[in-house]
Write a protein that binds this ligand. Sequence first.
Ligand code: NAP
Length: 319
Amino acid sequence: MKSIRVHQFGEPDVLKVEDIPDPVAGPGQIAVGLCAIGVNPVETYIRKGIAGPAQFPYTPGTDGAGIVESIGDGVTRAKPGDRVYLSGSVSGTYAQRALCLEKHVFRLPDNISFAQGAAVGVPYVTAYRAVLVRGSAKPGQTVFIHGASGGVGLAAVQIARAAGCTVIGTAGTEAGRKLVREQGAHDVLDHSASDYLKQLMDLTAGAGVNVIIEMLANVNLAKDLTIVAKFGQIVVVGSRGPIEINPRDGMTREADIHTMRVFNAPDGELQSYNAALVAGLENGTLRPIIRTELPLSAAPKAHELVMQSGACGKIVLVP
Ligand code: NAP
């Protein structure tokens, strides 16, 4: 089968298409024929060597969707022919097939395309954990999605809206802001405008927001501490460098700063989050948005694109 293989850390051109043997499902394993693969920023950090060690050669990726081809002994959760999405794998997902454990595989509802299924794993699990678990957002509260136009941001908008929150999102482009509004934000601001935080405070009549889901903490965390409501929660989802903050801004409000990493979610919780996500996909409250579909061989281009501003949903590879 065709697979992207990485033999050394480096720029996107280290993502090479190679022919490797098809995976074989051992006991407790499931082999999935992939129809779409989700591209996440973390895969660029791993490729560059800034997100921990790697064992070379490796196949990147944890997200994808497709059809179960074969199952190993003891597998009860899926059977050949099932439509599934993946939230993790043993072999990596930038390939025509992926080897998974039972816990990685979830039923893909019929109303959700494979491309949309490939957009669920990291983005929706992250958004669910950020908004409802780490951020403890409650119905009636105001949730500010600081960076709402990307894979995680749009998922967070849909999840917070479905939970009965007032949702305010930001995006850096007109197209992104239109999309964020269409996906359920009550108000949308431009995080590149000089006065957008004043606009935010005006929208909340000066009270600030109860929960902030932060996609770029190295730029925004100090500002977040000035716009969070009293006893509010800030959840750091994304950060690409250091930042200086004034703790007194948080103390005044008795605000909490939470960090999170999706891969830290315990297995039992992951199963629970995905059960909620499948229900939301089925009933239409969760609708993954695909920005573009590229062939597997364009993985280097996908890695460039995912790190550029102007997000409008998810980048997906088609093997
Ligand atoms: P993405 O699809 O590339 O989206 C990036 C988002 O960041 C876009 O909405 C973008 O808006 C926004 N952004 C750009 N400049 C910003 C600014 N100054 N203030 C606020 N937002 C800004 O990426 P993603 O998959 O949604 O992931 C978002 C971030 O979370 C990434 O840094 C990623 O590494 C991280 N992440 C962390 C976890 C975790 O477990 N902690 C899991 C998944 C993702 P415009 O393009 O419209 O400007």
